[in-house]
Design a protein around this ligand. Structure first.
Ligand SMILES: *Cc1c(COP(=O)(O)O)cnc(C)c1O
Length: 372
């Protein structure tokens, strides 16, 4: 197997990252915080065209943890979470002793079904507990049905924490994902559409919430000349070096989205005559197409393609395995309708990096075509 490896989604630097890192070195801002962190937060805020408040953190997972704390989630509280997602959407619920309650997806976006959400809320309330928060996810960059989800959330007065880890740059009728919820999180992990090697951000509705989050993220130090603590803190802030990478990446974000969307169009056009189902954007929806995903006719067909690609040293991956089927969450209540189970059985992510070359893409589609 000596063909060069093609990755599912690998980091793609733009060029200015090293300039900002150099600035940090030149001014000895190697410690956490510093000018790159502030500038990165401002750039994100401008990009999202929002007056919400943004705190750069060490990971999207850390951002979710703090969002849940801001929403007041405590031991024994229930939190509704999209089942079809990466485990990092759900894990932080348990950090504060919360109980994840999983909600299935709808066909059009593969994200949280508003119908199932309302059903879940009503049933939990009947059982005596009102959920403390709702976590919808914009999976693979496709926005969830935020208008309906927010309407339901407002009706029952439950805060929404948007998991926009995969959807930076996606929008619905021009409104960016990450700006719909009471809170939202972004990720800059190595495989995401832009990366700081590792990092994330928390988006809050008020400056006060941002300040509280930063307080927790920097070890919860009370105002005093000595180290004094009245609350449990965390070491969750983004470093000034990594924020420098983030500033460089923001300069090329639109190019990265264009390249990811071009991958999607390439696959869709080249594989047009095959029985593969591509997820289309509902009216008004714009997806960053972080990963190109398809549905095959059957589990067997999906595995055939995946294994044929692997034999050629090309990485592809089944869709996220729903949380309600994960051993670690086997005891968590779930409201399921069969959609995420079906997606998991028949779905596959194709290599989708913004740095894929034409030669690589031709290699990939040749293998896929050979499976039919
Ligand atoms: C990547 C990801 C996260 C976690 O982000 P990290 O920065 O890796 O901690 C959370 N949710 C989803 C849907 C993700 O894809």
């Amino acid at each position: 197997m000596n063909k060069p490896k093609i990755w599912l989604s690998s980091p793609h630097m733009g060029g200015s990252e090293q300039k900002y890192i150099q600035e940090a070195f030149d001014t000895n801002w190697i410690a956490p915080l510093g000018p790159n962190v502030n500038e990165f937060e401002k750039t994100l805020q401008n990009y999202l065209s929002t007056n919400k408040h943004i705190a750069a953190l060490s990971a999207g997972t850390a951002a979710l943890h703090l969002a849940l704390k801001l929403a007041g989630v405590q031991a024994g509280d229930e939190v509704l979470c999209q089942s079809m997602t990466f485990s990092a959407s759900a894990n932080p619920i348990t950090y504060e002793g919360g109980i994840p309650i999983f909600v299935d997806s709808e066909r059009d976006t593969w994200n949280m079904s508003p119908d199932m959400l309302e059903k879940a809320i009503k049933d939990r309330m009947t059982k005596g507990k009102k959920p403390k928060a709702i976590i919808p996810v914009h999976l693979y960059g496709m926005p969830a049905r935020m208008e309906q989800i927010i309407e339901i959330a407002r009706h029952y007065r439950i805060p929404v924490i948007e998991d926009a880890a995969e959807s930076l740059g996606s929008h619905i009728n021009g409104q960016m994902t990450g700006t719909f919820g009471d809170y939202a999180i972004l990720s800059f992990n190595g495989n995401k559409i832009i990366t700081t090697s590792g990092g994330g951000a928390l988006i809050t509705s008020t400056q006060k919430e941002k300040e509280k989050a930063i307080f927790w993220a920097t070890q919860a130090r009370d105002v005093a000349p000595h180290y004094q603590h009245s609350e449990i803190g965390y070491n969750y802030r983004m470093s000034n070096i990594l924020a420098g990478i983030g500033r460089g990446q923001m300069e090329v974000l639109d190019q990265r989205i264009a390249a990811r969307r071009a991958n999607f169009s390439f696959y869709q056009e080249t594989l047009d005559n095959l029985p593969l189902n591509f997820l289309t954007e509902p009216e008004g929806f714009y997806a960053n197409r972080w990963l190109t995903t398809i549905l095959t006719d059957s589990y067997e067909q999906r595995e055939k393609i995946r294994l044929a690609l692997a034999a050629e040293n090309i990485e592809s991956r089944p869709l996220w395995k729903p949380m309600h089927r994960q051993p670690v969450f086997k005891d968590a209540p779930a409201y399921v309708n069969g959609v995420s189970d079906d997606l998991f059985d028949r779905g596959l992510c194709f290599p989708s990096g913004s740095n894929l070359t034409d030669v690589e893409r031709e290699r990939i589609v040749a293998v896929i075509k050979s499976c039919f």
